[in-house]
Design a protein. Structure first.
Length: 131
């Protein structure tokens, strides 16, 4: 390869590199006109994320007990005993309020019905903590 051709290729490569770096940092004028997102109000708090516990696999209406099969990725919070649980259908309508009991055997959790009637297959989530 001749030295003149080598210099021409090097110059073309440098022009492409510099041109690419310069165009990357520019911002469009449309972004300057959009207002910034409103700041979160200090007095209001957003509810925490919903933590899925599992699914209802057994309901005993006589003793008001419910057996929940824990989801494979579910992690019980420290001191889960007494936590409020909500059972809901697949379209996220609540069906019952439950209270977690200290009985855990393998991937099964026991709960007590407080209100409503859960159905077999309902999803069970930990109720978000209120401020």
């Amino acid at each position: 390869m001749s030295p003149a051709l080598r210099r021409a290729l090097l110059l073309a490569l440098c022009c492409l590199l510099v041109g690419g770096c310069l165009s990357r940092g520019k911002k469009s004028a449309a972004n300057k006109d959009t207002p910034a997102a409103p700041a979160a109000d200090a007095n209001r708090t957003a509810p925490g994320p919903v933590v899925v516990a599992g699914r209802v696999i057994a309901v005993d209406p006589r003793s008001l007990s419910v057996t929940i099969e824990l989801a494979p990725y579910a992690v019980l919070p420290m001191g889960y005993n007494g936590h409020l649980l909500i059972s809901r259908t697949d379209d996220l309508r609540p069906t019952a309020r439950l209270q977690a009991l200290p009985y855990v055997r393998g991937r099964m959790l026991a709960a007590r019905m407080l209100a409503g009637t859960p159905r077999l297959g309902d999803e069970v989530v930990f109720a978000p903590d209120s401020p």
